[in-house]
Each structure stands twice: as C-alpha cells, then as structure tokens.
Design a protein around this ligand. Structure first.
Ligand SMILES: [Zn+2]
Length: 335
C-alpha cells in the first residue's frame, strides 16, 4: 500500500504527558483503531521515557494489525516549551531533565516515518476542531483547565501559533496586576486562580486562615484539599466552597470575556478535568462571560464543553499531522 493512498493511511497519535503516555492508531476521519496508555514515570528522564514511547508505538501498530508503511506520519503532543521548527523539547516543567531533546529526529530515525510535534494544548485544540466540539467552526478558542490552564487558537480554520509557536497562553492572561503569584513568574494570571491546583490552594488558604468548612473533614487535613474536595463540599452546601467557587467563576468568566473581546470567536471550547463540573461551571461562566463581553461579540459566541474526553491527547496528536500536511499543501498551492 502506498503512503499517498489517502483512503487507507493511518496516523499515529502520541501524547507525552507528565503523568501518562498515550499512543493510538487513528484513521483520517478520527476513528481510534487501537490505543495504549502507560504511566510516564517522568522521573526516569528523557532517554528511558522515549524508549518506552517507542515500545508503546510498536505495540499499538501491532495491535492495530497494520504495517509501518501504512502509517502516513506520527503526530506528537507534548508539554511545552518546545522548539517546533527544530523538533525539540525545551525543558517543560512536567518532564524533568528534558533539556533541548531532539524528539522529532529520534522518533523519525526509530520509525522511518515523518514526525510532527506541537504542544499539548495546540494539539488538543486541533483535535477538538477537527474531530470534536469545534467541527465546522472557522474561529475557535480552546482552553484546557486542569492542573494548569492551556489554550489553542484556531483562526480561519487554521491553528494560529504566533511568531515562534507559543501563541495561545490564555492561562497567563493577567486579570489582576497585583494578584496571586503564578508559576510563569507573573502575577494575577487566570491560571493562578482558576486551575484545579489554584482552586484547591485558595480553599486551603481560607481554611488555614480559620474559616470553618466541611473541606478539612472531607479531605482529612488542609494539605489534602483538592479540586475534587471543593466540588464535593460545594455539592453538600458548604459556604466556604461556594464562595471559592463563585469567585472562580467570576474570574474565569472575566477571562473568557477578554478572550471574546480580543478574538471574536464563534466558539469557545472548554476541556480538561475542571469541565467535569458540568452545569456547575458552564451555567455561571456563560452568564458572566457573555454579560461582561461587548454585546456584538457576545452575540456571536457559544461556550461549549470539549467532546473528545480521554481520547483528546491521541486525536489531537493525529490532528497535528493533518494540520501540517494541509498547511504545507496550501503554501505549495499558492507558490
Ligand atoms: Zn502565569
């Protein structure tokens, strides 16, 4: 089978996260044919982790019952910062020891297939745009809200990656110039309030300051309070959890209003663990964001949950391949 035979080509989607590795064989229309997930064991360092990624890829290709010749290309989503042009991973906080690692070259040599790399948030944005909640939408902003907050921007149907591949850091939009310190070194960023980690930290600080709450009993100790504990306490009517949550919704809603005012998107897709809150999140966030945004822009946008769930890493990585191939074709067509 020729690799240019569009009907029969497969994509290999590789998701390298700080806690798990996921690999899947994916069809061009987004069907996952076979997949595997294993813990990253990031503390083992890049050489061991990359060796395990390669092993996992071989296992999944075998499990899918295809040959490497049937793999059109491999897409990789990985935590940034990355040097996309050189295919290198540049010391991401969730992958200790990955200092200028030539990931693309290493995987291309191992598999003999082209490899395309992008950061995990851009990959997820591409996946949701092509296969999930953003299908058919030309202007879309994607946010993933989990331990941190990442973003990806799709304008005119194409990923916008900025001058050196790092656009879309919506989590580091500063909403309070003198606010909470953020992991990025800045202050008052959206991520410093509304990530799962920050919600838990704000709840913990309130408990430690002496406010009474169910949170300590639910978690066992203040140190053990997590985003999930806040959700549990919220559902049980705890006043402190309610206040923390309402503040979080105000801040997230304000952040999304900024996004709406700047980008005028048709759709904002919210993914990541925090969206498991469902209506507890979407009802107030829609109300607040749309009330704060300028009216003509607010009237054009929908705020919707992501659709790809646990497959977003694999499908996003596969979508990176299709995006690069199509963008290249467009450039060639215009020359
Ligand atoms: Zn920040």
């Amino acid at each position: 089978m020729r690799s240019g035979d569009k009907g029969s080509d497969y994509l290999l989607g590789i998701d390298i996260g700080g806690t798990k590795l996921a690999v899947g064989v994916v069809t061009r229309d987004g069907r996952v044919v076979a997949q595997e997930r294993i813990p990253t064991q990031a503390n083992q360092g890049p050489d061991m982790v990359i060796a395990r990624v390669q092993e996992l890829c071989r296992t999944v290709v075998r499990k899918a019952g295809i040959t490497w010749e049937q793999v059109l290309a491999c897409g990789v989503g990985c935590g940034g910062p990355l040097d996309i042009k050189r295919g290198r991973v540049m010391n991401p906080p969730n992958l200790p020891g990955w200092l200028d690692v030539p990931l693309v070259q290493t995987l291309e040599e191992a598999f003999g297939r082209p490899v395309y790399l992008d950061n995990d948030a851009n990959a997820a944005a591409l996946g949701e745009h092509r296969f999930g909640a953003g299908r058919g939408v030309r202007n879309m902003v994607y946010l993933t809200i989990s331990t941190g907050i990442g973003g990806g921007l799709i304008f005119g149907g194409r990923l916008y990656s900025g001058e050196n591949g790092n656009a879309g850091e919506i989590g580091h939009m500063s909403l309070n110039v003198n606010g909470r310190p953020c992991n990025c070194g800045g202050r008052g960023c959206l991520e410093a309030y509304a990530s799962g980690t920050s919600i838990a930290a704000r709840a913990r600080e309130a408990v430690e300051a002496g406010e009474s709450s169910l949170l300590t009993d639910l978690a066992g100790s203040p140190d053990a309070i997590s985003g999930e504990t806040v959700k549990e306490a919220l559902l049980r009517g705890d006043a402190l959890a309610r206040r923390i949550w309402d503040e979080t919704m105000e801040i997230l809603g304000a952040g999304l209003a900024n996004v709406i005012n700047i980008f005028n998107p048709q759709r904002i897709v919210l993914g990541g663990g925090i969206t498991n809150y469902g209506d507890l999140l979407f009802v107030p966030v829609r109300r607040i964001a749309l009330a704060r945004a300028m009216r003509p822009l607010a009237s054009a946008v929908e705020i919707v949950p992501a659709e790809l769930g646990n497959d977003v890493g694999i499908l996003g990585a596969a979508a990176v391949v299709l995006e690069r191939l199509e963008a290249r074709t467009e450039v060639e067509t215009h020359v």
